[in-house]
Design a protein around this ligand. Structure first.
Ligand code: HPA
Ligand code: MG
Length: 280
């Protein structure tokens, strides 16, 4: 039996993922799509487990988010604040769709696109940026001295879930900087749309919002392509999101694993070979 989700028809007997059809929720037992169904860069052959969300579905879903956002914006101009690096693809596609929708409407929405990057804080390279102290240090021990590329819980500690980075990459996450070309005070009185790739516990986003609120914008909305189902009951919910996904580490569509896989169009799950190959 076939049911439709986006443009794709998926046999029901693939598993218990009925919720996938009717909502943006991708259930924990969703087996994903076989890699054989799609094309992807040859340099990743053998490194991926499966496709969680094909590129076509991402694009279609983004178009719908753009429609929802455009309707909510009304006549207001907006500043789109893209959170780098992972948010760049979603942001580019979202802005393109909003532009197209607004082109066909009565009033062209004026959009300024700006960028911020959240970085761990290293004294000595701070420059004009300010530090956030919302991140606690992780205490997960390294395994066999090879912890640097190990996937460990994202944002939160001790959740026991497959997650983001590693001890080495995250060790200075307790101090965060917002890095951007422009001063955030430019956001005063503006309608701001923050665009993120993925939200886990939401701790990072809450920290960013706290800082942006200090600049007294007229309105702030958050759009994230993905929301991870974490064990945090009070997890942050963005105003707009593409898909809620299981608490697994994903790559592609600008999401990276140690700076690799950003050039992969689909959102995928890496296999052990991929993790080992790109571990730093
Ligand atoms: N993949 C890549 N980057 C991330 C993820 C993920 O699953 N979660 C938070 N940052
Ligand atoms: Mg991000």
């Amino acid at each position: 039996m076939l049911q439709c989700w986006g443009r794709w028809s998926v046999p029901r007997e693939h598993g218990g993922f009925l919720s996938t059809f009717s909502s943006k929720l991708i259930s924990d037992d969703w087996p994903g799509y076989s890699l054989d169904l799609f094309t992807y860069p040859q340099h990743y052959y053998g490194d991926l487990e499966y496709v969680l969300i094909p590129h076509g579905i991402i694009v279609d879903r983004t178009e719908r988010l753009a429609k929802d956002i455009t309707q909510d914006i009304g006549d207001n101009d907006i500043v789109v604040l893209c959170v780098l690096k992972g948010g760049y693809k979603f942001c580019a596609d979202l802005v393109e769709h909003i532009k197209n929708l607004s082109r066909n409407s009565e009033r062209f929405i004026s959009m300024k696109v700006d960028f911020v990057r959240l970085k761990s804080y290293h004294p000595g390279c701070v420059g004009p940026y300010f530090a956030l102290r919302h991140w606690r240090k992780r205490r997960r021990p390294q395994r066999d001295g090879e912890g640097s590329g190990e996937l460990v819980p994202e944002e939160s500690q001790g959740s026991g879930m497959r997650g983001r980075r590693n001890l080495q990459n995250d060790k200075s996450m307790e101090d965060m900087q917002i890095m951007g070309e422009d001063d955030l005070s430019d956001l005063r009185g503006k309608n701001v749309l923050i665009v993120e790739d993925i939200i886990g516990t939401g701790r990072t986003m809450k920290a960013l919002l706290n800082n942006i609120e200090k600049c007294e914008p007229k309105m702030i909305k958050v759009a994230s392509l993905l929301v991870k189902r974490t064990s945090q009951p009070d997890g942050f919910r963005p105003d707009y999101y593409g898909f809620e996904i299981p608490d697994i580490f994903v790559v592609g569509y600008a999401l990276d694993y140690n700076e690799h896989f950003r050039d992969l169009n689909h959102i995928c799950v890496i296999n052990d070979q991929g993790k080992a190959k790109y571990r730093v």
